[in-house]
Design a protein around this ligand. Sequence first.
Ligand code: TYC
Length: 113
Amino acid sequence: MSEKNQTPFYDHGDTAIQEARPQIKEPPMYQVILLNDDYTPMDFVVELLVQFFFHSTEKATKIMLDIHHSGKGVCGIYTEDVAATKVSLVNEYSQSNQHPLRCEFEPCNQKES
Ligand code: TYC
């Protein structure tokens, strides 16, 4: 573009400048869920909750028992890529130990069915 075509800007000291507000939004969050089954040993689930989700042994035991009684439970809440990575690592670890334990993730605002 040639400089001739551009309208010159003269500030006579009466120009009001409004700063744009930063367009920052919280990322959508996902909950990582463990499903109950009849075969995976309880202590394997507790150790997994400590190792992959950094819960204390006491909290991990509570989560494991909650899953055992209710069918599923939340291990932690993360951004999408962190949740997806945790799910892959946990499922690979369970499979490599020949346990049928299943881990999934879903958006936090998803309605319960
Ligand atoms: N129900 C299993 C048992 O009785 C224990 C268990 C708990 C398995 C939680 C999976 O996500 C799970 N050995």
